[in-house]
Design a protein around this ligand. Structure first.
Ligand code: 13P
Length: 245
């Protein structure tokens, strides 16, 4: 059986002072042993966050596909692993858009993260234009096929379905639409990863909050959530963790 994973993504938010939010998140993680809890903090906060909590896995929001070298401003998986990160998000739509990351980049990042000993949350998701044109499942499953790392396995890989139009907008797909997309992703994973497909967790992300978490987490093939805005404070994030228990 796949364990539920509730992962926060702080994006470009958070300061040393904000790490105090992790204390109540840690308590919630300890109190719900059947749920895996993770928070991807800005790179500057990885090490102090790691020193503050243990039941919450701390991770990075991105890593470079190389190990080291002349890439000003970039950070490698080896580097974040050294300071205690346990996972990295790769392929978030904000990076695909802002940093022009291609599926090939994303695949390379996922493979570099795995090689460094990190778990990976690989993000895919369609634009509103794709959804309205009725091609969302094709677009998203093709994105998965092109960005899936070699040796994909449930032990270290989760896939997050994040429709771009649902991120930070307060809009979500219906529970039926989420279940349909996750079913399509699972079917494509079976073609791509064989026996491992059923061990890989499928997370939903995009405007998850305390009011909609239980319904979204109850949809078919939803194994957890990737949460942006509502992960920034314990008051909003803890109810989502509890909804997964
Ligand atoms: P919001 O929960 O703020 O919509 O963000 C979702 C997201 O992008 C998580 O990676």
């Amino acid at each position: 059986m796949r364990r539920k994973l509730i992962a926060g993504n702080w994006k470009m938010n958070g300061s040393l002072g904000a790490l105090a939010e992790l204390d109540a998140i840690e308590a919630a993680a300890t109190g719900t042993p059947g749920v895996d809890v993770a928070v991807a903090v800005p790179a500057t906060l990885i090490n102090p966050a790691v020193e503050r909590v243990s039941a919450v896995a701390i991770g990075a929001q991105d890593v470079h596909q190389g190990e080291c070298g002349a890439h000003t401003g970039c950070i490698s998986a080896v580097m974040v692993r050294e300071v205690g990160a346990r996972f990295s998000i790769v392929g978030h739509s904000e990076r695909r858009a802002d940093q022009a990351e291609s599926d090939a980049h994303v695949k390379g990042k996922a493979e570099a993260a795995r090689a460094a000993g990190l778990s990976v949350i690989l993000c895919v998701g369609e634009s509103l234009e794709d959804r309205d044109a009725g091609r969302a499942e094709q677009v998203v499953t093709d994105q998965l096929a092109r960005s899936l790392p070699q040796g994909a396995a449930g032990e270290w890989l989760s896939v997050a379905y994040e429709p771009i139009w649902a991120i930070g907008t307060g809009r979500t797909p219906t529970v039926e639409d989420v279940a349909a997309m996750h079913g399509a992703l699972r079917a494509r994973l079976r073609e791509l990863a064989g026996g491992e497909a059923d061990a890989i967790r499928l997370l939903y992300g995009g405007s998850v909050n305390d009011a909609n978490a239980a319904a979204l987490l109850g949809a078919g093939d939803v194994d957890g959530a990737l949460v942006g805005g509502a992960s920034l404070t314990a008051a909003k994030f803890v109810p989502i963790i509890e909804a997964a228990a």
